[in-house]
Design a protein around this ligand. Structure first.
Ligand code: NAD
Ligand code: MG
Length: 383
């Protein structure tokens, strides 16, 4: 029996993870589940899985969580410190599935326990970069990516030497607006942006897919996870989302990982690693799919991947600035305060105005994140 903690249990990745655990109940003991504010859903899951502790990050919802867990013997806690404390209890596997840099401190606390960290929370790695990778090394943790592209790359790299890699190619669906003109993009609504053609995901990552910031963040994520050099990382648009990413070696062999557009596949790969487990996903029917197509990304309509590449090149604190500015811009877009095309424009403006020195610690990263958010908020209100 292995132990598991899910940070962000009530989200899309949390639900996919717990669906797999539900099908293998006797193999897992769930230590901690966390959520932002949805006390009712969190309590339901906590009772179902008989966890030790359930945590709401927003302390205002702690009384509701306590009520919902009354008589269960399950600990209820609230607030950012409780979130970190729950992550620091350690588990054989911690699924980091909080959205945004809000997941960074608890993910770092889990890393310090030295277990397996199954990472979905790309914003945490993008923000902390070298600081997180150094902690993984120092505490002997194992970082397994569950972002589908990085999970694909991880699988394609297994059994091979990094030194022989010629290219790592991240595939991108291109999002719901991939064929839209600039004029149409400027008038895109939040409802249109969160309607992704292939994947069913949380609101923030859905907007990121529409702007291509998701691929930009993933480029930075890949740069830290698979240090083969930024010039060996490429992006290709692949609308069917069947090939999840590829690695080409010096001899001309390209290895790719294919699968259905269902996050349970990469999550299962991390949960069972280095073994394999069943998923309820329908087998891949390539004859039914018929055609797989590929094209170059358009960085004029979608500047996000250019901005991300520049941020990765600059390194240090710059990816944290990019991430924070994007989080604020996405929230402002979802709140109807700025237009869709302002998201990347605003991120570029913040990057142009703020270039802090490389962070040496988690608290340095959090300071950069806070300052970049403040600057991005000023831009929202002045737009
Ligand atoms: P989601 O919005 O569905 O869920 C987010 C989870 O984090 C929820 O449990 C929520 O309660 C919690 N949360 C939100 N804000 C919080 C805060 N401030 N403090 C603490 N907890 C908070 O998001 P998702 O789609 O599941 O994505 C989660 C992460 O996984 C993101 O980083 C995303 O980029 C990444 N990811 C998601 C997918 C996908 O298919 N959904 C694929 C690849 C990577
Ligand atoms: Mg992805």
């Amino acid at each position: 029996m292995r132990s598991l903690t899910v940070l962000g249990a009530t989200g899309s990745i949390g639900a996919s993870t717990l669906d797999l655990i539900r099908r293998n109940r006797d193999e897992w003991r769930v230590v901690a589940l966390t959520a932002h504010s949805n006390a009712a859903d969190l309590a339901g899951l906590a009772r179902e899985f008989g966890v030790e502790i359930a945590v709401v990050a927003d302390e205002a919802h702690l009384p509701a969580l306590r009520d919902a867990l009354a008589g269960s013997g399950i600990e209820a806690a609230g607030g950012p410190a409780a979130l970190i404390e729950a992550a620091a209890r350690g588990a054989d596997v911690t699924v980091a599935a909080i959205v945004g840099c809000a997941g960074l401190a608890p993910t770092m606390a889990a890393i310090e326990q030295g277990g397996i960290i199954a990472l979905a929370n790309k914003e945490a790695l993008v923000s902390a970069g070298e600081v997180m990778m150094a902690a993984v090394e120092r505490y002997g943790a194992t970082l397994l990516p569950i972002d589908s592209e990085h999970n694909a790359i991880f699988q394609c790299l297994t059994g091979n030497e990094r030194a022989h890699v010629r290219w790592i190619t991240l595939t991108a669906s291109g999002g719901p607006f991939r064929d839209w003109s600039w004029e149409r993009l400027s008038a895109a609504t939040p409802a249109e942006a969160i309607r992704h053609p292939n994947w069913d995901m949380g609101a923030k990552i859905s907007v990121d897919s529409a702007t291509m910031f998701n691929k930009g963040l993933e480029l930075i994520e890949a740069h830290y996870l698979f240090p083969v050099g930024l010039d060996r990382l490429r992006i290709i648009v692949h609308p069917q989302s069947v090939v999840h990413s590829m690695v080409e070696y010096r001899d001309g062999s390209t290895l790719a990982q294919l699968g259905p557009s269902d996050m349970r596949v990469p999550i299962a790969s991390a949960l069972a690693w280095p073994a394999r487990m069943d998923t309820p996903c329908a087998p891949l029917d390539l004859a039914e799919i018929g055609e797989l197509t590929f094209r170059k990304p358009d960085e004029v309509r979608f500047p996000a991947t250019r901005l991300a590449r520049e941020a990765a090149q600059a390194g240090g604190a710059i990816p944290a600035v990019l991430n924070a500015a994007n989080e604020i811009a996405v929230a402002a877009f979802l709140g109807g305060q700025i237009s869709f095309t302002r998201i990347s424009a605003q991120v570029e403006d913040v990057l142009g105005s703020y270039a802090p020195p490389p962070p040496g610690s988690l608290s340095d990263v959090l300071d950069v994140d806070m300052e970049a958010r403040a600057r991005a908020r000023v831009l929202v209100t002045s737009t």
